[in-house]
Design a protein around this ligand. Sequence first.
Ligand code: 5GP
Length: 178
Amino acid sequence: MDKYTKKVLISEEKIKEKIEELGAQISKDYQGKDLLMICVLKGAVVFMADLIREVKIPVDIDFMAVSSYGSSTSSSGVVRILKDLNESIENKHIIIVEDIVDTGLTLKYLVENLKSRGPASIKICTFLDKPERRKADITPDYCGYSIPDEFVVGYGLDFAEKYRNLPYVAVLDSEAYK
Ligand code: 5GP
C-alpha cells in the first residue's frame, strides 16, 4: 500500500475463490469444444494467467493489445490495434479475457473486429465490471466482480503503468491523478 491506495476492494482470497468458480464454469461450458482464450494486454495478463490454470479442458491462448485514444482514466471508443493475434480464429470458440469493462466501448470495437474473422462463437470474460458507466451495448458472459464507479488498480490494472503487481484490487485515491 502507498499513500494513494488506501482501501482494498477485493482481497487475494476473494480473487482466488472467484477465479476457481469462473474456471470451473468455463471448463463445463466448453467441454468438447475447440477453445481459444484471448487476453487483452496489458491489464488482463494477471487474471488470464490465473484463470487458464483453473480451466481443466484443453485450451489455446493468444494475446492482443489495443489502445484507446482518451485520457488515462477514461475511454474514447476510438481503438487502435497495437498487437494483433498470432493465429487465425476461424471456426474457433473464443473467449475474450478482459481486466475491466467500463464504458464497454473498447470491447464493442474488439467484438465487432473479431466477429468479422469468422469464429464459431465469441464470449466475454471480464474480471471486473462497472455497469453504471456503460455506454456501449456490451454484457459480459462471465464476470468476476461488479464494482461501483471508482478507479481501481492492482491485479493487472494500472495507473500510469504502476500498481499492476498488487495481488489485490485497491481503490486509487483521486489525489493520485490530480
Ligand atoms: P472501456 O472501453 O470499457 O471504457 O475501457 C476499458 C479499459 O479502460 C480497461 O481495459 C482498462 O484499461 C481501463 N479502465 C477502465 N476502468 C478502469 C479502472 O477503474 N482502473 C483501471 N486501472 N483501468 C480502468
